[in-house]
Write a protein that binds this ligand. Structure first.
Ligand SMILES: Cc1cc2nc3c(=O)[nH]c(=O)nc-3n(C[C@H](O)[C@H](O)[C@H](O)COP(=O)(O)O)c2cc1C
Length: 209
C-alpha cells in the first residue's frame, strides 16, 4: 500500500475550483487520491468550471486525469455506492480525508453518521478510526443548525475550515484566492507547497532590502 494516500470528496457546495486545485496539488505531491464526487458536485463543477463529468467513476477518472494531465494510477475515482472501495472500511481507508467543498447537506449527514453514500461512509470511517477529517464548508450565512453541526464535529476533532480566503497576501486574481485556501488545507495535511508566501517571512525579507 502506498504511504501517501488520501480521500478527497467533492460535494455540491459552491467552490469547485478549490476542489480541483487541491486535487492537482495532492497529485503533484505524489499522493494517491481516492476521489468521491457527489451528484450535486458534478452540477456545481459544470456550472462553475465548465467541466462536465459523467456519473460513471471510470469515465470521470479518465476525463479528470486528462484534464489535469496526471498519472491515472494515482487518481482513483470511486462510485457513490462502491462499498468495496478501500475508503469504505477502517481496515484499508486512508487516515486523512478532506471534503472540499463541503455542502451544508453533507456536513449534516456526516455530523449525524448517516453513512448512506460512500462520502458519508468514508467520513464515518475516518471518524471511528480517529483519523484526520477536514471539512471545507461553504454556505453563507450559517444557520444555527449548521453551526451546531460544525460545533459537534469540531468537538470530535474534525477541522472545520470554512472556504473563507484572506486578502492580506494581496491577491491579483481568483486563482490567488483559491490558492490561499488550498495552501491552508495543505498545511493542515502536512503536504508541501509553495502556493502563497508565508506570513512574516516575506515582509521581513522586504524590510531587509
Ligand atoms: C451551483 C450550485 C451551488 C450551490 N452552492 C451551495 C453552497 O455554497 N453551499 C451549500 O451548502 N449548498 C449549495 N448548493 C446546494 C447543494 O448542492 C445541495 O444541497 C445538494 O443536495 C448537496 O448535496 P451533496 O452534499 O450530496 O453534494 C448549491 C447547488 C448548486 C447547483
Amino acid at each position: 500500500m502506498a504511504d501517501k494516500r488520501i480521500t478527497l470528496a467533492w460535494t455540491g457546495a459552491s467552490g469547485a475550483p478549490y476542489g480541483l486545485r487541491l486535487l492537482e496539488c495532492l497529485l503533484a505531491q505524489d499522493y494517491q487520491v481516492f476521489l468521491l464526487i457527489s451528484s450535486a458536485a458534478r452540477v456545481v463543477l459544470a456550472t462553475e468550471h465548465g467541466l462536465k463529468l459523467p456519473s460513471g467513476p471510470l469515465a470521470a477518472q479518465k476525463i479528470l486525469a486528462d484534464h489535469l494531465q496526471c498519472d491515472s494510477d494515482k487518481l482513483v475515482v470511486c462510485g457513490k455506492e462502491d462499498w468495496f472501495s478501500p475508503v469504505a472500511s477502517g481496515s484499508a481507508a486512508p487516515k486523512q480525508m478532506v471534503v472540499c467543498p463541503c455542502s451544508a447537506g453533507s456536513l449534516s449527514s456526516i455530523a449525524h453518521g448517516l453513512s448512506d453514500n460512500l462520502i458519508e461512509r468514508a467520513a464515518d470511517v475516518v471518524l471511528k478510526e480517529r483519523g484526520q477529517l477536514l471539512l471545507v464548508v461553504r454556505e453563507t450565512p450559517f444557520s444555527t443548525l449548521h453551526l451546531e453541526n460544525m460545533h459537534k464535529l469540531s468537538q470530535m476533532g474534525v477541522t472545520i475550515m470554512p472556504a473563507a480566503p484572506g486578502f492580506y497576501h494581496q491577491p491579483q486574481s481568483i486563482d490567488d484566492l483559491v490558492d490561499f485556501m488550498v495552501a491552508r488545507i495543505l498545511d493542515h495535511l502536512g503536504a508541501a507547497h509553495t502556493l502563497v508566501p508565508r506570513w512574516g517571512y516575506d515582509q521581513r525579507a522586504r524590510e531587509k532590502e
